[in-house]
Design a binder for this molecule. Structure first.
Ligand code: COA
Ligand code: AMP
Length: 640
């Protein structure tokens, strides 16, 4: 086993050699020629493993079956909401995938075609993803909590030949029929798919009445097809993520770099061996779900857990501990929000003590900053190291972590997301793009080239890739997060510096919410803030200024605005409050001071910005926030 110090240095000083070595751990249909790193002539963007050929689905399934893992469990579907536990061996998962790929091919899906998958955490969703990869079709999974409008935006950008959906999903307190949502989205879209494949669920089957509708089970009757040999630079998937506007960014992931990076991360970052059980308690609609429910564990020959439920109320705050105990989970990966939700309902950890949790070696958390109180509580409860690690949809795998696979790794620390992962030259920069001294907060950036697995560009939008991430500081990828590195090399990610917020580990755009609120006929202008929330980390609240002459009651307006966000983005936005204010604080050039508003609501000490046009507005807003008890500074103290 190498050391972290050695590999980190090697990955930066001779990244080409380092990643060629990692690539050699995979079975390629055609080995990538050296050098494995190149630049596109037209754009200058970096590409990994050009000229190599492989197939990610083949690596996840066929390769393991050929190496003797056919009877090992590949996937455990544990669904407290449907009261089901089902196991699929590598052999069974391969069979289902090859047949579903055959069915998709009969619908005309070919290499390069896009397929949107709109399903909850269910095995058929994983089969659909792997089947697309098998054919060289590009999947785009859309999180089930998004409303039809969001789905329509993604349909128009990806232009899928087929949409695969479930007939329904189950939330804690309700059944959500999916097909009507898909139909509404297709109605809004300009580029309807040729077919909608529906996976019927017993508790709420859908009526397949359109000529384009196909039953998922019928496609499984098709003859199995072999995996197609693909270029390493062929896209495996597009995953849309929130930017600062209403138009999501289509993050592209390529077969070659993705497979190499995830294979490396399973051992180096998470310290798991093939054959062990890995559980990412996320949703397949997010990057974490793509990388660490589906591809990472399967590329590595692990058993992965697909959990359809919540950390609480399905049926109680012991759900996670039951799954760990029942399935012998070695590594659990979740969001701090989930731990906070469990802690809220079971503060003494009594439910955890009902289970035998000795299989667990590490708890990894990501998606938002893990506050030290949550970090300490989880560590004490479980008696295993808690590892906060930092990454983004764009990277697809961790950029900062405590890599537990290396013997010389400094231990994790509360509040820190650890050290840079090999391949990532993480730097903290000032506004002029110069590295800041240790301990100084700045903009977190990664020196180019990004390692394999990271986005090479945005779907059909090189210009936006360039302007969103690369233009600010030439030679760097700008992450959008602020933070600092201490003198010992530990890094601290303190939050976004743009209009993106993290609500319960879900990435959302306040800019998009503002666009929606501003379209209400009574609203003259508005600001949406991500204010601190003890459960979800952040939650959005709106401050709106009414148009002259508007007489709509504040309560009625608030309800309309809440419904608007729910209809346009979805329930997942957790937008539940809006207050009317007379004016919004702005700079002299007219820019709304959103950061100042958030600091006011959160009760932080802040200097009144020198650029503010009229500081008295802050006092007016303070009165409104106090009256509405909006924000941690103004909420009544919790009863003890
Ligand atoms: N489909 C449809 N609706 C969904 C949904 C889905 N897939 N996911 C969430 N929603 C809905 C919820 O039902 C809820 O609706 P409501 O406003 O009518 O109650 C709303 O979106 C907000 O969802 P959420 O914030 O998840 O609230 P919750 O009360 O259902 O659960 C937690 C709270 C903390 C348990 C939950 O947010 C959680 O488990 N968070 C961890 C997230 C995570 O793992 N993220 C992955 C990143 S690594
Ligand atoms: P997503 O693209 O949905 O994975 O969200 C990425 C964003 O989540 C990052 O830009 C951060 O703002 C935040 N994030 C993810 N992991 C962490 C972490 N460990 N600590 C702090 N913020 C995090």
């Amino acid at each position: 086993m190498s050391t972290y110090a050695f590999d980190y240095a090697a990955s930066l000083h001779d990244s080409e050699l380092f990643w060629a070595g990692q690539a050699a751990r995979l079975t390629w249909f055609r080995e990538p020629p050296r050098p494995v790193l190149s630049q596109d002539e037209a754009t200058g963007f970096y590409r990994w493993f050009r000229g190599g050929q492989l197939n990610t689905s083949w690596l996840c399934l066929d390769d393991h079956v050929q190496q003797g893992r056919a009877n090992q469990v590949a996937l455990i579907y544990d669904s407290p909401v449907t009261q089901t536990v089902r196991r699929y061996t590598y052999g069974e998962l391969l069979d289902l995938t090859a047949r579903f790929a055959g069915g998709l091919r009969e619908l005309g899906v070919a290499r390069g075609d896009r397929v949107i998958i709109y399903m909850p955490n269910m095995p058929e969703a994983v089969v659909a993803m792997l089947a697309c990869a098998r054919l060289g079709a590009v999947h785009s999974v859309v999180f089930g909590g998004f409303a039809p409008h969001e789905l329509a935006v993604r349909i128009d950008d990806a232009r899928p030949r087929v949409i695969v959906c479930a007939s329904a999903g189950l939330e804690i307190d309700r059944v959500i029929p999916y097909l009507p949502l898909v139909e509404a989205a297709i109605g809004l879209a300009r580029h309807p798919p040729a077919h909608v494949v529906v996976c019927q669920r017993d508790f709420c089957p859908a009526d397949l009445r359109q000529p384009r509708d196909v039953d998922f089970r019928d496609l499984l009757e098709a003859a199995p097809v072999e995996a197609v040999s693909l270029e390493a630079t062929d896209p495996l998937y597009i995953l849309y993520t929130s930017g600062t506007t209403g138009r999501p960014k289509g993050v592209v992931r390529e077969h070659g770099g993705h497979a190499v990076a995830l294979k490396y991360s399973m051992g180096a970052v998470y310290g798991v061996q093939p054959g062990e059980t890995f559980w990412a308690a996320s949703d397949i609609g997010w990057a974490v779900g793509h990388s660490y429910i589906v591809y990472g564990p399967l590329l590595h020959g692990c058993t992965t857990v697909l959990f359809e439920g919540k950390p609480v109320r399905t049926p109680d705050a012991g759900a996670f501990w039951r799954v760990v105990a029942e399935h012998n989970v070695r590594v659990l990966f979740t969001a701090p929000t989930a731990i906070r939700a469990i802690k809220k309902e079971d503060p003494a950890g009594a439910l955890a003590r009902r289970y035998e949790l000795s299989s667990l070696r590490h708890l990894f958390v990501a998606g938002e900053r893990c506050d030290p109180a949550t970090y300490d509580w989880a560590g004490q409860l479980l008696g295993v190291p808690v590892v906060d690690h930092w990454w983004q949809t764009e990277s697809g795998w961790p950029m900062l972590a405590t890599l537990v696979g290396y013997p010389d790794m400094p231990p994790p620390r509360a509040g820190s997301a650890g050290h840079p992962v090999p391949g990532y030259n993480v730097q903290v920069l000032d506004e002029a793009g110069q590295p800041v001294p240790p301990g100084t907060t700045g903009l977190v950036a990664v020196r180019l080239p990004l390692p394999p697995g990271c986005l090479p560009t945005l779907w059909h939008d090189d210009e936006r890739f360039q302007s969103s991430y690369l233009d600010a500081f030439p030679g760097y990828y700008l992450s959008g997060d602020g933070g600092y590195q201490d003198a010992e090399g530990y890094c601290y990610i303190m939050g976004r510096v743009d209009d993106v917020i993290n609500v319960a580990g879900h990435r959302l755009s306040t800019g998009e919410m503002e666009e929606i609120l501003a379209a209400h006929p009574a609203v003259a202008e508005c600001a949406v803030l991500g204010i601190a929330c003890s459960l979800r980390g952040q939650r959005p609240v709106g401050l709106v200024v009414l148009k002259d002459g508007q007489s709509l009651a504040e309560e009625a307006l608030e309800q309309e605005l809440v419904q608007l966000i729910r209809q346009r983005i979805g329930a997942v936005a957790s937008f539940r409050q809006a207050a009317v204010v007379a004016r919004l604080p702005k700079t002299r050039s007219g820019k709304i001071l959103r950061k100042t508003l958030r600091q006011l609501a959160d009760g932080e000490d802040f200097p009144v910005p020198s650029t503010i046009d009229d500081p008295t507005i802050l006092d007016e807003i303070r009165v409104v926030l106090a009256f509405r008890q909006l924000g941690q500074a103004f909420e009544p103290p919790a009863l003890s």
